[in-house]
Design a protein around this ligand. Structure first.
Ligand code: ATP
Ligand code: MG
Length: 306
């Protein structure tokens, strides 16, 4: 059977992923005040939330093995916003899926606040490129779903959903069906749904890639607002160097497959960031330079495989 080298099957993985992303919405954690506490702690206390130690991931397809990640070692602090860039196929989504607990490393380990990640949990929520809202539920029901599953009362759910809808600016759309929303609105609902149970970490896999440039820019600002208000730690995968530099405390540049941490760029620019500033352009150039060689190598790899 195809799968990853630690023996987990690939069959039904996407269905499993969907179910898992629902189950990780379970269990309410922490009060709103404590999120701010976490954020302050992250800024000043430099306390580590996530640690990847020598993580290796190999997928197996029949007799062929693809090594997607090789000895990835990385620490992420509480309340940090880390972006991940790298050539297509270098293992970015695999990395997020490992942290989400949908996959297990073939070697190495991943720790969340010192505890080994062995599967999905309410402390991590994933936002994918496709919003994955339930089409048969209204906006309010979508956002509140995980809260209800975790046993929150109707009144409590209503209050929390109102708070989240205000946070994403969609209060007036509470009773709309997903099909009546624009792509950007759907993605905002997906973010609100992911935040509902106050996860410690938000894992975002190219969440704005399918959106037009204007909507994307708007949502980047929204995300930064939400991040600053909630103190949630964010791991954010993107193909856009601009987006990576705009959002990040640190940009992790992965090498071509198998993905390794090639370099980490600390983008210590004041916020809000001015994309037209000389210092922003400097970081953009630095990340682009690091990526260029990896993209070339990745293309050669793909040609050789073809
Ligand atoms: N379920 C799977 N079975 C076998 N190989 C896989 C599986 N998922 C990913 N891979 C392989 O692992 C490598 C990394 O894939 P991954 O999706 O993590 O890359 P990525 O960096 O997210 O790419 P992109 O930027 O195109 O989204 C690729 O070579 C891919 O073909
Ligand atoms: Mg991907």
């Amino acid at each position: 059977m195809d799968g990853i080298d630690n023996g987990q099957g690939a069959a039904g993985q996407s269905l499993q992923r969907e179910q898992d992303s629902l189950s990780i919405l379970a269990d309410a954690i922490a009060s709103p005040g404590s999120r701010h506490e976490v954020r302050r702690h992250g800024r000043c206390g430099m306390s580590v939330e996530l640690t990847l130690e020598g993580v290796y991931l190999s997928y197996r397809q029949g007799t062929t093995a693809t090594v997607a990640l090789e000895y990835v070692t990385l620490s992420v602090e509480h309340g940090e916003l880390v972006t991940i860039v790298g050539a297509s196929g270098c293992g970015k989504s695999s990395l997020l899926n490992l942290v989400a607990g949908f996959l297990r490393p073939s070697r190495g380990q991943i720790l969340l606040e010192g505890d080994l990640i062995t599967g999905p949990g309410a402390d991590r929520c994933v936002v994918f490129q496709e919003h994955a809202l339930f089409p048969w539920m209204s906006v309010r029901q979508n956002v509140g779903y995980g809260l209800r599953v975790s046993g929150m009362s109707r009144a409590g759910t209503r209050e929390r959903v109102d708070e989240l809808l205000a946070l994403i600016g969609l209060t007036k759309f509470a009773n709309y069906w997903p099909k009546a929303l624009s792509g950007g609105m759907k993605q905002r609902v997906a973010i609100a749904r992911a935040l509902a149970n106050r996860p410690k970490m938000l894992l975002m896999d190219e969440p704005f890639a399918a959106l037009d440039a204007q909507t994307r820019r708007f949502l980047q600002d929204e995300l930064l607002n939400i991040w600053q208000q909630t103190g949630t730690t964010i791991l954010f995968v993107t193909h856009s160097i601009e987006e990576a530099v705009l959002l990040a405390d640190r940009v992790v540049v992965l090498s071509s497959r198998p993905g390794r941490v090639k370099e980490i760029v600390k983008t210590d620019l004041p916020r809000p960031r001015d994309e037209n500033s000389v210092s922003f352009a400097g970081f953009r150039r630095q990340v682009a330079g690091l990526l260029q060689q990896e993209i070339r190598e990745s293309q050669l790899l793909d040609q050789a495989a073809g």
